[in-house]
Design a protein around this ligand. Sequence first.
Ligand code: ASP
Length: 437
Amino acid sequence: MKKLALHWQILIGLTLGVVWGFVASSYGLIEFTTDWIKPFGTIFINLLKLIAVPLVFVSLITGVASLSDVSKLSRIGTKTIGLYLMTTVLAVVLGLVIVNVVEPGKAFSPEKREEFKSQFAATTEQRSSAAAAVDQQGPLQALIDIVPDNIFGAMTSNSSMLQVIFFALLFGIALIMIPKDKSSPVNAFFEGVNLVVLKMVDIIMMAAPYGVFALLAGLVVDFAGDDPAAAVELLLVLGYYGIVVTAGLAIMMLVVYPILVTTIGKTKYTDFFKGIFPAQMLALSTSSSAATLPVTMERCEERLGINREITSFVLPLGATINMDGTSLYQSVAAVFIAQAYGMDLDLMTQLGIVMTATLASIGAAAVPGAGVVMLVIVLQQAGIPIEGIALILAPDRILDMFRTVVNVTGDATVAMVVAQTEGQLHPPVLEDVGLHD
Ligand code: ASP
C-alpha cells in the first residue's frame, strides 16, 4: 500500500488532536492529557528548536561559500530586505483598510469592555511591563543586538538567531576570501555537516504527526479547561474582531502571495503550497516561526528547489524579522481597541500605525505570543489605552496560530521570488519527491 504523504499525516494528527482535546475537556481527561500527552508536544517542539541553530549556522556558511563573489550577497541582501519591508507594509495597510471598513470595535459595548478589563487585568499588566522593558532601550539597541560578543553565548539561545546569522555570514565571506586550497577542506566539512543536519530534520519530521497531535490536544485542553462550551462562547463574543484578522490573513495567503509566487516566482501556487504545507501545519501547531524554521528551510530547498545560497540567508532572516501576519494583526488590533474606546483615529495616527506596526513586527520574537507584547508599543505610540489589550487577549492564542502560518508563508514567498530573479530556482521533478500524491 502506498504510504500516505506527510502533509496528510500531519493534517490527520492535527484534527485528531483537536478532537481529543475537546473530548478530554468534556469527559474529565484533562489531567491525563496534561500529564501523558502534552509532554510529547513539548518534546517535539524542543527537537525542532534543537536543530534550528546548527542548521542556520552550517547552511548559511555553505550557502555564502557557494557564492561566486561577495557583491552578489549584498544584492541578494538588499532585494530580500526590500521585499520583506514591502510585504510587511502591505499587510499593515491591508489590515487598516479592512478594520476601518468593517469597524468591529464599534459593536463592542462599554459594559463588555469593563468586564474584559477586569477579567484580563493580570495578563495585561504582564504584557505591558514586558513591552516597557523593550521600549526603554536606545534607538540603536537593535543594531547592537545583532553583533554578538561571544559566538558560543549567541548559540545558546534561539532568540539570538540574528547574532548567529551575523557570525555565519562573516565566516562564509572570509571563507570565500582565503586561498582555494585552504578553503576546500573547510567547505567540504560544512557541506557534510549540512547534509547530516538536514537528515536530522527528516528524522524529526517522522514524529511530526504525533507531535502535532500532542500539541493540539494540550492546547485545546489548556484553552477549554473543563468547560469547552464557555471557551467557545468566549470566542464568539470576539468573533467580529477575530473574523477581521482572519480575513486579512486569508487575503495575504490567497491573493497577495499567490500573485507574487505566480508572477515573479513563476511557479504554480498549488505546487508552492504543497511544497511548504508541512511547514505551515507546524507553524499552526507550534505558533513559532523559529521552531518551524528547520522545516521551512528543508521544504524550500528540497521540495521547491530553491538554491541553498538563497534559503540559507533569506529564511532565517525572515523568521526573525519578516512577520506579515503579526503586523497585519497589530494594525487591526490597535484600531479595534481604539474603536471599542470610542476613539476616532485620524489619518496621521493611522499612518503612524503603519510605521510602528512594521517596526514592532520586525522586533517581535519568533515565539508564541510575541506579537501581543509588541502591540503594546503600537498602542502607546498611537495614544490608544494600553489596558485595551485586555479586549483581545481571549482569542489571541488562536490568532497567533493563524498569523504564524502567514509569517512562515511570507518568508517562503520572498525566498521563491528572490531565487527566481537570481536564477537560483531549480524545481525538482515533482513525482520524484511525492508532491503529486
Ligand atoms: N508567534 C509569532 C511567530 O512566531 C509571533 C507573534 O505574532 O506572536 O511568528
